[in-house]
Design a protein around this ligand. Structure first.
Ligand SMILES: CC(=O)CC(=O)O
Length: 658
């Protein structure tokens, strides 16, 4: 594998290496903590996992983390799950996110962009004022540390203010994007029982207004724990009866009061859909996210004051939380609320240009779409401030690397391309950006610091230059502290620790190359992951099978060799039903409205039946393997299938598509 691309696509020049924050961190850590001064990133990474406690202590000192009470140890219990980080310490995430307000009050903390693509700044002092006012408002509403505060909000400044105000109070933030249908939102928020809901009346997307007032009314009816609803009038409507006005709650001129909470106090709940049951409600801690994101954003992404950080995301994806954490490094963050391709495919490049983004992140799928559409980013937009284009959501295919590289090289720019990968589960990256390392086509630069990343075979043997399971063998601070409503921890355990006891198995296929880079090959289980948004097949079955014409269904997400993602929905129809235009449209409409536009499959295909295991579970992984071209005898264990003959259909389909 690693001999396939012996020449790097890109090399950082000596000036970039010298200026990189990670270079300065290494020199400082060598002087103060015994890190290796020589050997560059590989040596620093080795040290960071061999001396895990010292590394994280160094991170807190380098970034001047303010503990209001000191910690007794860095890592108390190293067991996974159950590791305890910085016991005894208290701090507040929001206080760190707003630090730059002290000396850069008039500079922009946020640049907010809608589909007009005109950036509107919110200064650090204004952001702090609004957070202070809202935190006081939440306290006045009786919100206490540990209470859940929810947002049904797009990527607008109000969402950032509400997250930070919740964190300031010690409340637990959770959000869904407003293109989520009522069922999707309730499947998430009903689990965590929020006491406050921040909501818009609707949103604009692709040049159209989408009124969400009926859905908001349904959320209010179905969330009995709500004590307050706060109305953000994005479409200019009146607050519904009983709702509070955003403007009233944020009008005060109050210094934020930051609740000092234990390091492992919950910061937010993120959701990740699996193949069965409700989405996993993943809880990450204030301290864990603080230090992990300082490391990722400050050292790996090389962000700091003076930078502008734009990542195309929505509040329903962990990349939004990651984006907000850009504030921790004193960076200006760019919030874009709109369609990724409105009014044309080049939209995101135009936003990067107009906001002066220095790090622009997007999905690999968007890069590939631009390539296909003949967009010429560096020729047609002034991207001279863009230092790094980063991608995630799915691995960036080799053609995507080459296209980005060539487009920028033609205009004389020296572009660092960072393909990164992690997940909602850690709200971070296991591997990705390193400003001081070369980039090889199709590869992530290296495992992240403090991340003991390996590729293992089924018996737990480490592999190099071979595809294996992505595992992390030592704890990371941003691993979930628990799942919500999982009192005995069994769901948490089952999600990551069943395969290799005491070791995090993420569910991705990975290769660690002998030159230290990383290749991600897609999901090793059947979770749907479209442009980084993980979706539960169970959600789709529930909606589709409510239609009387559909007897049963099967949805599969297949990573394509060209970097695309094909998500067919197979339907077994009820007797006499016909898969005509009308039924096709009703299936799509049901999915779009009750889940989200992202859940709508690429194709709906009638099948003679859905195969199951002997215990009645639909067999998603074997069908996925068949569709990826694996021969039948290697894709399934025939003795475990209820009707083997049904698999012939999928085998034939794979043959036709090959
Ligand atoms: C960092 C990531 O891994 C984001 C994603 O693809 O979910």
């Amino acid at each position: 594998m690693s001999t396939a691309n012996p020449q790097p696509l890109w090399q950082p020049d000596p000036e970039r290496i010298a200026k990189a924050r990670i270079t300065r961190f290494q020199a400082w850590a060598a002087e103060h903590h015994g890190a290796p001064a020589e050997g560059g990133y590989p040596a620093l990474h080795r040290w960071s996992v061999d001396q895990l406690d010292t590394f994280w202590k160094a991170v807190t000192e380098w970034f001047d983390v303010r503990f209001s009470t000191p910690y007794a140890r860095v890592l108390d219990d190293r067991a996974m799950p159950g590791a305890r980080w910085f016991p005894g310490a208290t701090l507040n995430y929001a206080e760190h996110a707003l630090r730059a307000a002290a000396d850069r009050a008039g500079e922009p903390a946020l640049l907010c962009v809608d589909e007009t693509h005109e950036p509107r700044p919110v200064t650090w002092s204004e952001l702090r004022r609004q957070v202070g006012s809202l935190a006081a408002g939440l306290r006045a509403l009786g919100v206490r540390p540990g209470d859940r505060v929810s947002g049904y909000l797009p990527n607008i400044p109000q969402a950032v203010v509400a997250l930070l105000a919740s964190a300031a109070v010690g409340a637990v933030w959770t959000s869904c994007a407003p293109d989520f249908g009522a069922r999707s939102v309730l499947d998430r928020f009903q689990q965590v029982e929020p006491v406050v809901l921040f909501t818009v009346d609707g949103y604009r997307y692709g040049g159209k207004e989408h009124d969400r007032r009926e859905i908001v009314a349904e959320l209010r009816r179905e969330l009995p724990t709500l004590r307050a609803v706060v109305h953000v009038p994005l479409l200019g409507t009146e607050a519904p009866e009983g709702a509070l006005e955003w403007s009233a709650l944020t009008a005060g001129d109050t210094e934020p009061v930051y609740e000092q909470v234990p390091f492992d106090h919950p910061l937010w709940v993120l959701y990740s859909s699996g193949t069965t049951g409700l989405p996993k409600a993943i809880v990450q801690s204030q301290g864990g996210i603080l230090v992990e994101h300082l490391k990722q954003l400050g050292l790996h992404c090389d962000l700091g004051p003076g930078d502008r950080f734009f990542w195309y995301t929505s509040t329903g994806w962990m990349m939004w939380n990651f984006l907000v954490s850009g504030l921790l490094t004193g960076t200006t963050i760019v919030l874009y609320d709109g369609s990724p391709g409105h009014p044309d495919t080049g939209a995101q490049w135009r936003i990067a240009e107009r906001t002066g983004a220095t790090l622009y992140g997007t999905s690999a799928a968007y890069v590939m779409a631009c390539r296909k559409a003949g967009v010429h980013p560096a020729r047609d937009y002034d991207l001279s401030r863009v230092d790094c284009v980063a991608t995630t959501g799915s691995p960036l295919p080799p053609d995507g690397f080459r296209w980005l590289h060539d487009e920028f090289a033609e205009s004389g720019a020296d572009l660092w391309i960072a393909s990164v990968s992690g997940g909602t589960d850690v709200c971070s990256c296991f591997a990705g950006a390193v400003p001081t390392l070369p980039v090889y086509t199709g590869e992530l630069q290296a495992p992240a610091l403090g991340t003991d990343l390996h590729s293992w075979d089924p018996s737990g043997r480490p592999l190099v230059d071979e595809v294996g399971e992505l595992v992390v063998t030592q704890p990371m601070p941003s691993m979930p502290i628990h799942f919500w409503n999982d009192p005995d921890g069994s769901r948490y355990h089952h999600s990551y620790f069943d395969t290799y006891p005491g070791v995090w198995r993420h569910g991705d296929w990975i290769t660690l190359t002998s030159r230290g880079s990383v290749i991600i090959h897609g999901r090793s289980d059947s979770t749907l992951n479209r442009q980084g948004v993980r979706m539960g097949s169970a959600d789709i079955y529930e909606v589709v099978e409510r239609l009387p014409e559909i007897r049963e269904s099967l949805v599969i997400g297949v990573e394509q060799p060209d970097g695309g993602y094909w998500m067919p929905l197979f339907v077994h129809l009820a007797p006499d039903a016909v898969l005509d235009e009308n039924l096709l449209n009703r299936v799509k409409q049901a999915i779009r409205e009750q889940l989200s536009p992202r859940h709508v499959p690429d194709e709906i295909i009638e099948v003679p039946g859905i195969p199951h295991t002997l215990t009645g579970k639909r067999i998603e992984v074997p069908v996925k393997r068949l569709l990826q071209g694996t021969p039948l005898d290697k894709a399934v264990n025939p003795g475990s299938i209820d009707n083997l003959a049904l698999l012939a259909f999928y085998e034939e389909l794979a043959r036709k598509r090959a």
